[in-house]
Design a protein around this ligand. Structure first.
Ligand code: NAP
Length: 305
């Protein structure tokens, strides 16, 4: 790639985008454009409102236009599994894709991210699906709760959707001893627990933890201003919860985190998860170390002003 990241777009500028519905709230463009500028890449990151029925066409269009890559957010992560040419192990295991790297053949025939390859309009391109959400959560937990040891921990997971699934699988892979999954639709919680147990038999399902090292909110409760907390302070107190993590990051102290703080928990929101999943995507596209401090500052500014 030639040229640094200037304000203007020129004929050499290459693109990435996040596709979602709705997408207008996304802080990813602010974070990724700051990261790309810091790495002196003549790349830009866009946000596109895409309906599920148009997802395959949008991915094909980005591939045809030789985009560097894509991020996928609600409601596309599960759908995209069937739409990429190649699935990396993390995406296969989680059954969800949040990052696509467009790749072409390098000089020795190996697949290279398009962002690293010489321009060749006729070269073969493939879409390679990854999932960086689970890594993002694990890194954020480490950063926010340095005293937390996931191996042997007892964890309560609120929710059984896509984000909860990524969390459950990653926590099990990290060696947590007990997981209690609580969800509005109880059947989905039972299905997720069965899936975790099938893959990680050492994890014990728990119904009422009496000493939870960590409670994670992976429901959408808290996204709307008048949402109630997914769980009460009394429940947190009776399960002797130590730490509470909300995947939601807007506002900085969500209703769940407020309740958890009143119950004596150490708390953190999901900004770090967003940061680290995005940084991992930028590293996949560029094969350079993502400038975390720049990306974090851009996110904070975009979200909290
Ligand atoms: P999803 O697949 O749609 O799952 C939504 C979950 O929330 C389900 O468990 C659902 O329960 C539950 N839920 C929805 N409305 C509810 C209500 N009124 N009362 C109780 N439970 C309710 O969504 P997702 O992709 O897993 O995302 C879940 C949350 O994580 C969202 O808030 C999202 O913004 C956040 N997230 C954050 C990051 C980050 O980087 N920080 C990354 C991914 C996701 P049912 O099964 O009963 O419907």
């Amino acid at each position: 790639m030639s040229g640094g990241n200037t304000e203007s777009v020129d004929a050499c500028t290459r693109f990435c985008a996040v596709l979602g519905h709705p997408i207008r709230h996304s802080a990813s463009p602010a974070m990724q454009n700051a990261g790309m500028a810091s790495l002196q890449l003549n790349w830009r990151y866009l946000a596109a409102e895409v309906l599920p029925r148009d997802l395959a066409a949008a991915i094909a269009g980005a591939k045809a236009m030789r985009f560097i890559g894509l991020n996928l957010t609600v409601p596309h992560k599960l759908l995209a599994v069937e739409m990429v040419d190649e699935l990396e192990e993390s995406a296969r295991r989680l059954g969800a894709v949040n990052t696509i790297v467009f790749e072409t053949r390098g000089p020795d025939g190996e697949w290279l991210p398009l962002g690293l390859a010489a321009e060749d309009g006729a070269a073969e391109v493939r879409s390679h699906g990854f999932n960086t959400d689970a890594d993002g959560l694990a890194r954020s937990l480490q950063e926010e709760f340095p005293t937390l040891k996931l191996r042997g921990a007892s964890v309560v997971l609120l929710g059984a959707g896509g984000a909860a699934r990524a969390a459950a699988m990653r926590l099990a892979a990290e060696g947590v001893a007990q997981i209690c999954i609580v969800n509005r639709t109880a059947e989905k919680a039972a299905d997720l627990m069965a899936e975790v147990r099938a893959r990680y038999p050492a994890v014990t399902p728990s119904f009422l933890p009496d000493a939870a090292d960590l409670v994670i909110n992976a429901t959408s409760l808290g996204l709307k201003a008048d949402d109630p907390s997914p769980i009460s302070a009394n429940w947190l107190k009776s399960s002797r919860a130590q730490r509470a993590y909300d995947m939601i990051y807007r506002p900085a102290e969500t209703v769940f985190l407020r309740v958890a703080r009143s119950a004596g928990c150490e708390t953190a929101n999901g900004l770090g998860m967003l940061l680290h999943q995005g940084a991992a995507a930028l590293e996949l596209w560029s094969r350079q170390t993502a400038p975390l401090h720049v990306m974090r500052a851009a996110l904070r500014k975009d979200i909290y002003g």
